[in-house]
Design a protein around this ligand. Sequence first.
Ligand SMILES: [Zn+2]
Length: 150
Amino acid sequence: MVIYKKLGLGARACLLAGSPPWDLEAVVQSTVYWRVQRARAEGNWPAPPEVRKWREEAQDVLFAQWAERLEIPGPSRDLVAAVRPVLQEWVQRRHSALSFHLAQILTGHGCFGKYLCEMLGREPTTAYHHCGGAMDTAKHTREECSAWSP
Ligand SMILES: [Zn+2]
């Protein structure tokens, strides 16, 4: 089920921060809570490893639903293209905090010739200074640029 027609600002912020959408996170919490309550009502007191397993199962569902939402990326095409293939690894990474430059690469908003020229008028052309490419964009830097390929 795809809920969003486009990826809204809140959804983009969640993706960029590696923080699952709150509604999906709420479903994980609720699912685990009610599984524990049901077990207790039946006279079973689940051990922490069992509850942890239930949480991991619920999180697998969360990632599947989140990835499904990202199938319609709307205006955040570049961000989704960068993060969606590694969504779970991105969220669960234990290193590499989101830096100023990484945020620019992922969102496409920042010090790129296209943005600086067309949106801000602060560059005379959209060209990239490092390689001479005609269009400096986040996608060019991530996927095509000879200056960054090594
Ligand atoms: Zn280049």
